[in-house]
Design a protein around this ligand. Structure first.
Ligand code: ADP
Length: 479
């Protein structure tokens, strides 16, 4: 188009008065002419404000990606975005013209009614997505092809910018690797959830819960992603753990003194005390031990939370750790008249681990097994080799080409409802919120086991007891 014809177009009031919004774009997609109807439709004072912008910027990404611009004429129902970021449904016609050497695009839009009608469920669904409190996007062929307003708010990028990005570009580098393995639509068949951090346009990191739902059809593989900002929730959780850890630290000193006094009293005064007084003393010691275990868990949870845990790896004999744990809990075991049934091979190789931390794992699991066992019950502890072909060894967090030992602790307690079997490993999660304990023991067990490249899980049938298993890597001889 030469300057003369552009001038003619600009002067032509006729084009400005048409009821269609019109624009002409060069082959790069930059608008060289727009009429007043288009400017009004999109909320701009004058058509000149649109000149120099990419015409695709005014469309939601899924629409533009569907426009087959290889064709000379495309006609479709589409969705534009006005200056306020609001969607404007339109009927769109795009034609491409070649003049001389150059390709030009002529676009025209007529707004379609915003009124919901029987056949505009799609429009209503879009509104629901658009104003949802969670950020939502669709991913197809690794690209974000639709995003709602909340994703723009959360990331600081505009919808057209997001339309040119993929999800990885929104994540912190450490989360990119994790998500890559999860995002393959050909391998993802069920929804999955993950905590990740996104990086906003200004570089700020925001903790989010990411939920990915595969929407696979014969012709398209689309991933529906929800992102929920959980940074405030996480901050509150951290403050709760920090506060509890601080209090626990301060309580340790006076508690150690009381514990020492109780031990001395038991040793020196036992003969002089009456049966009833000895029982009271016994209760005081048990409760003191329980309090100490709770404090240890609180302090450990805070260390894990702040990433301060450094494992001191060495060869650890699990049988020996089990003995120490059972010794620590002997008062409780005797009180409930529990039998410990061991199934452990005579020769067991050591695992590679931090013995203090693995002792905590045994104590936390056995403490629960004791707590929930009926009096005179049996707690079974089995240790054995994991079958090298077992599916659990092919999980991504497990060390490749490494032998593993499996420990299973089974009790005869009330069991755990199926919907809680995974949840109870979360912080402060308990089946009965009014029951004993604070819900940190299993969260610590999981963190410690995962730091060792292991895995822990629970199995249970209501009324038929619970069983907790964990696997740990065997220490190779040369290590
Ligand atoms: P706490 O025991 O301090 O509450 P845990 O994290 O150790 O915290 O356990 C979380 C929850 O899991 C418990 O409150 C209980 O509801 C359930 N739970 C754990 N172990 C068992 C078990 N052996 N039998 C039944 N329920 C259990």
């Amino acid at each position: 188009m030469n300057t003369g014809s552009e001038e003619l177009l600009r002067r032509s009031d006729l084009l400005h008065e048409l009821q269609e919004g019109l624009w002409i774009a060069d082959q790069e997609g930059l608008i060289v002419f727009a009429n007043r109807t288009l400017a009004r439709l999109l909320g701009y004072e004058s058509p000149e404000k649109l000149v120099g912008k990419f015409w695709r910027e005014f469309f939601f990404s899924p629409d533009t990606s569907r426009l087959g611009l290889s064709k000379t004429r495309t006609e479709t129902e589409s969705l534009m975005i006005n200056r306020e970021g609001q969607p404007v449904p339109v009927s769109l016609v795009i034609t491409s013209q070649t003049l001389g050497e150059t390709n030009w695009y002529l676009g025209s839009v007529i707004p379609t009614s915003n009124q919901p009608s029987a056949d505009s469920v799609e429009w209503l669904s879009r509104q629901a997505a658009e104003y949802a409190p969670d950020a939502i996007c669709f991913i197809e062929n690794d690209q974000i092809v639709y995003c709602n307003h909340r994703l723009e708010e959360l990331t600081g990028y505009s919808s057209p910018q997001l339309g040119r990005m993929n999800l990885h570009q929104l994540l912190t580098p450490s989360d990119r690797k994790i998500i890559s393995s999860l995002l393959d639509p050909h391998r993802l068949f069920t929804p999955l959830q993950h905590e990740i951090k996104i990086q906003t346009r200004t570089g700020r990191e925001v903790e989010c819960q990411l939920r990915i739902v595969p929407l696979n059809s014969d012709s398209r593989n689309i991933l529906l992603c929800y992102l929920r900002d959980i940074s405030e929730l996480k901050q509150a959780e951290r403050m709760r753990t920090d506060f509890l850890a601080m209090v626990s630290h301060d309580l340790r000193t006076p508690l150690a003194a009381i514990k020492e006094a109780l031990s001395l009293l038991t040793e020196t005064g036992a003969q002089r005390l009456e049966e009833k007084e000895r029982r009271y003393l016994q209760i005081a010691r048990e409760e003191m031990d329980r309090l100490n275990r709770m404090l240890d868990n609180l302090i450990e949870a805070s260390r894990i939370e702040t990433g301060k845990v450094v494992l001191k790896l060495q060869a650890v004999d699990l049988n020996q750790l089990l003995n120490i744990a059972l010794d620590t809990l002997s008062l409780l075991i005797t009180k409930k008249k529990l039998k410990i049934d061991r199934h452990i091979p005579a020769k067991l190789p050591p695992v590679l681990g931090d013995s203090d931390r693995l002792l905590r794992v045994f104590i936390n699991l056995l403490d629960n097994a004791i707590k929930y066992s009926p009096s005179n019950g049996v707690i079974k502890v089995a240790i054995g080799f994991v079958d090298p072909e077992a599916p659990v060894l092919s999980e991504s967090t497990i060390l490749a080409n490494t032998g593993y030992l499996e420990v299973t602790i089974t009790d005869q307690g009330p069991g755990i409802p199926a919907e809680f079997l995974d949840r109870i490993f979360g912080k402060f999660e308990r089946v009965d919120p009014y029951g004993p304990g604070i819900g940190l023991g299993l969260a610590i067990v999981r963190s410690i086991i995962e730091l060792h490249h292991g895995k822990v899980w629970a199995r249970s049938h209501i009324g038929a007891g619970a069983s907790f298993s964990f696997i740990l890597p065997i220490k190779e001889e040369k290590q």
